[in-house]
Design a protein around this ligand. Sequence first.
Ligand SMILES: [Zn+2]
Length: 255
Amino acid sequence: MRIRTLGAAACIGYPGHTTSFLIDENTLLDCGTGVGTLSLEQLLNIHHVLLSHSHLDHCSYLPLLADVHARHNGSGLTVYSEPETLQILHRHLFNDELWPNYCQQPSVEHPWVRMQAVEVGDTFPINDGLATVLPASHSLPAIGWLLEGNWRAMAFSGTTGTCPAFWHWMNSVPSLTDIVCEVTYSNQLSHHARVQDRMTPAQLQPFLANLPPNLHLWISHLNPLCSQAVMTQLAEGLPANVDLWPLTADTVIEL
Ligand SMILES: [Zn+2]
């Protein structure tokens, strides 16, 4: 399994695109503005979208991707997320007002966008590996994802505040080598993190103590106004077994 970062930024207007990853050739993990960097051929090759939650920085290109499949007679998409998130997409996005209801076009039986509800703990095959739904805690329904290849595994926290259940899960994955974790605000801006249910370095650090050896910790969704402070604060007191990196577009993680 080859995971290429298309976008890992918190917002547009700075270099980079918002959250999205291309898994092999046919699957997206989240569908933020990074998807706009793909060619028509690459877009038509995408058949599956693993979605963490419904905020636009994570799903803004989903309606446009569906439109590409509809216009070019593609095979359509299956979107995997928890039921509440799928209902939000139905109600507010694919509603024939904001965007065509591609969940019922060209027919109810065979629509361009197929919704597949999943719950925390569900595991299913994805290419030559497995995808598992992980818990997350955000200001609206949200999940993370665990991707397991033949030898290595990567966990994606999605957007989350402090979620002990997510980190407890990390301790039970022997092949875990990479965690992509969103940390948006520095310790000085913890009031913003609290309001938006996000994490600061001080909130993340207690969870890093018992992770497996030789772990790569990739930090995404950094607020550009305090990204240096976040990385510096995370590096202080980091366990020796954890290798810390800011996640940037085109970073490739092979599992
Ligand atoms: Zn969000």
